[in-house]
Design a protein around this ligand. Structure first.
Ligand code: AMP
Ligand code: MG
Length: 388
């Protein structure tokens, strides 16, 4: 369930720690016995972590105790071994310090009390949460399921089986990338393969996918060409976000990734509609529109409260030039912390929507607003795609 979002709040069924225990390796003592150090006390025995605390600390004695062992009856403090000296082969101990009441004793419930709300509803579970839940004995927790997201590519020119390229053919590449992006979004990717530019084939592929997947991501076939079948098919078989027959097709005022198609499929016997994200075919456009449009939606489906990647106001270390065209340009950049503690960005060398190799080296999208761009030293809003 790592990365999944809790659907209910989780209460502690028990306390952590469950009993008072020693924070150090040392000796359990009484305060009165150690008031004037150094003092020598008889060692009544040794308690290891996991042992029952069955050796009481009687006046004038100490009990050797290990970190995490339950403190025995009579313990008022534990003195760490570094402040002691073992005498007579361990039968007695010299205590060099005078502890205060409760020193080095971890109280039951110090971490969590029974009944505490330990995880809020809507928490995206990180590794430490899993540790907390394990510390409380949870075996299963209610979370929003990972969305099963089918990914398919469209295009007669695409070759996916490694065979030699014939004139006009290219290798299919979006699917591997989109399956990876789906996984990075915390969803379960489902490979739906390659569909030719044939409407009936796509209808069949979508119908099959809609019966087994929670969402579908396609690439290609959504722009203004004659063979843009995703547009055509979604118009036939989908409803738009308002429930009207036909898809929602749009041209977004961004670059890259201008065209985008969206529709909902409602297969027989399924309660919830299956969204289809029709991403453009150019690999960089596919990448950017997945990040900006599909990823937040998939995260919302999986109960996340924070849908977007983190954004920072970064410093441009090189010019991010552009011309006015009434669009926001999402320039692929490398982002890193500078010595001033701010995030600094530089555009990757190639910015064409077919130049995925350069985009693969980017870890940020700088949102350069309409106009003439940002010059070196200027500020630019940047979406961070990775940890820095
Ligand atoms: P389309 O949106 O289908 O017109 O495709 C736009 C461009 O992206 C064309 O050059 C396609 O060959 C290319 N393209 C489409 N789908 C893929 C894919 N899955 N892998 C690589 N390139 C693709
Ligand atoms: Mg195509």
């Amino acid at each position: 369930v790592l990365g999944c979002v809790t659907s209910v709040a989780l209460q502690a069924p028990e306390a952590v720690p469950p009993f008072d225990n020693s924070a150090v390796d040392g000796y359990a003592v009484r305060i009165a016995d150690t008031a004037e150090p150094p003092v020598v006390l008889a060692v009544a025995g040794t308690l290891a972590a996991g042992a029952p605390p069955d050796i009481p600390v009687e006046p004038g004695t100490a009990v050797r105790i290990m970190t995490g062992a339950a403190v025995p009856e009579g313990t008022e403090a534990v003195v760490m071994v570094e402040d002691t000296e073992s005498l007579d082969g361990g039968r007695r101990v010299s205590i060099r310090v005078s502890p205060s009441l409760g020193d080095a004793v971890r109280r039951a419930g110090d971490d969590v009390c029974a009944g505490d709300e330990v995880v809020e509803a809507g928490t995206a579970l990180r590794a430490a949460h899993l540790g907390v839940l394990a510390s409380l004995g949870f075996k299963r927790v209610p979370v929003f399921p990972r969305a099963r997201v089918g990914v398919l590519s469209t295009g007669d020119e695409l070759v996916a089986d490694g065979s030699p390229l014939q004139p006009g053919q290219i290798r299919e590449s979006n699917k591997a990338m989109l399956l990876g992006l789906v996984e990075q979004a915390g969803a379960s990717p489902v490979d739906l393969g390659l569909v030719r530019d044939d409407e009936d084939a796509l209808v069949a592929a979508l119908a099959g996918a809609a019966s087994t997947c929670d969402a579908i991501v396609t690439s290609g076939g959504v722009s203004m060409g004659d063979f843009d079948i995703v547009k055509a098919v979604l118009d036939r078989v989908a409803v738009d976000g308002e429930g009207h027959q036909g898809m929602a097709w749009m041209q977004l005022a961004i670059r890259p990734a201008k065209p985008f198609a969206f529709g909902l499929l409602q297969p027989e016997g399924r309660q919830t509609a299956v969204p289809v994200f029709g991403l453009p075919g150019n690999p960089v456009s596919s990448f950017v529109s997945f990040e900006l449009l599909a990823r937040p939606a998939l995260r919302q489906m999986m109960g996340h409260r924070s849908l977007d990647r983190p954004r920072v106001v970064a410093v441009a270390d090189a010019d991010l030039r552009r011309g006015p065209d009434a669009k926001i340009h999402f320039v692929r950049v490398t982002a890193s912390f500078g010595p001033d503690g701010r995030v600094h960005v530089r555009p990757v060398a190639a910015q064409g929507s077919h130049q995925l190799a350069a985009t693969a080296g980017a870890n940020g999208l700088a949102a350069v607003p309409d106009g003439h761009g940002v010059t070196t030293g200027g500020e630019v809003d940047t979406i961070l795609l990775t940890d820095l």
